[in-house]
Design a protein around this ligand. Sequence first.
Ligand SMILES: *Cc1c(COP(=O)(O)O)cnc(C)c1O
Length: 407
Amino acid sequence: MGERFNLTGLSSVALHAADKQFGESSHLPPIYATSTFTFDNAEQGMRRFAGQEDGYIYTRWGNPTFTVAEETIAALEAFNIKDANGKPLQLKAFLHASGQAAMTTMFFANLSAGDTVLSHFSLYGGTHELLHKVLGQSGINTVIADLRDLNIVEDTIQKNPTIKLVHIETPANPTIQCVDIAAVSKIAKQHGLIVTVDNTFATPYLQQPFLYDVDFVFHSTTKFLNGHGTAIGGVLLGKDLDLMNGKVYKWYKLLGGNSNAFDAFLLIMGMKTLEVRMDRHCSNAVAVADYLINNQAIAKVNYTGLANHPDHATALKQMKHPGAMMSFELKGGLEAGKRFIDRLQMCVRAVSLGTVDTLISHPASMSHFGVAREQRLEYGITDGLIRMSVGMENIADILADLEQALH
Ligand SMILES: *Cc1c(COP(=O)(O)O)cnc(C)c1O
């Protein structure tokens, strides 16, 4: 493509940032269902392996359908951000088979035995286990602290000289706690640490961590980026292009966590509507939160859009809107939680989040069933806590379903 005027809106970027000419004048990116790519002759094969000629070699190393998805996400995360030289920020992205695979590449490319990761206590379960079990077995330690308290962040870093990386997930699962990315990143950078951010709940529509000097951003694309619940996927983005094209690419190729062309295609289709979907998800979520806080059966609503949420100010500071994720506590505890879930007629009983339809889960009996009750309560996951990913249905029907299930 030749030079084009600067796209000024997020939907235009989602739709056109990765425009290319495909074979047979195909409008949409073909699903390149191929494991390998051909060489015209031995000389060309050599040039491609030597990196002297652009071109695909083997799908574990990259695939043209992945490239469209990767360039789109990179453009969304870098949207309107300038680098240190005042130029548009350039990012490199690698598309993975899952969020967990992207995180594995991210951690192993940056850490080795003896290093420590500092993270917050409200974390996605898979991240918590990956850090403690898989990285733990490789001699990489994890320290969990309340990253919302900046004195604790500073203290913990000073007391643990082996801390090399600070991992921030915000908003976090399922209490919707928020960590101040700018403030934590600033402290981490004063100590020369690597900063990584899980931006899954927010998406680049609501929050752009690269504004705050972080090194890597990671997404489970399974959620809002795909948006339709059609595929598991993950992406790792970085701004140090030499590092991304060097060691991170090497680790990506060797760990073998690559995506596949069909899932990449589904993700590309989903991302086209990110902005309009998020607008609807967000406005519905505000209406749901308003309904819940006024309901007699509800003891507490965790939504960062509400002034009484402890992280309301942090959310306002770094997010365009409080988003579409919330949780709430039923007065009747575990039994009331189960009864409520069972009575739903339209909202879907399922874990995961960020799909076009509303998903409701009960952490105590589902995602956190295996966590000891005391530990669960310490994390704020009470017996009656319900997690809700507010969908795009017409708001009157979402409220009607909640109303009939609560009474
Ligand atoms: C789902 C999720 C992950 C893991 O991603 P998968 O695609 O399921 O491997 C990581 N972090 C957060 C915040 C998630 O919601």
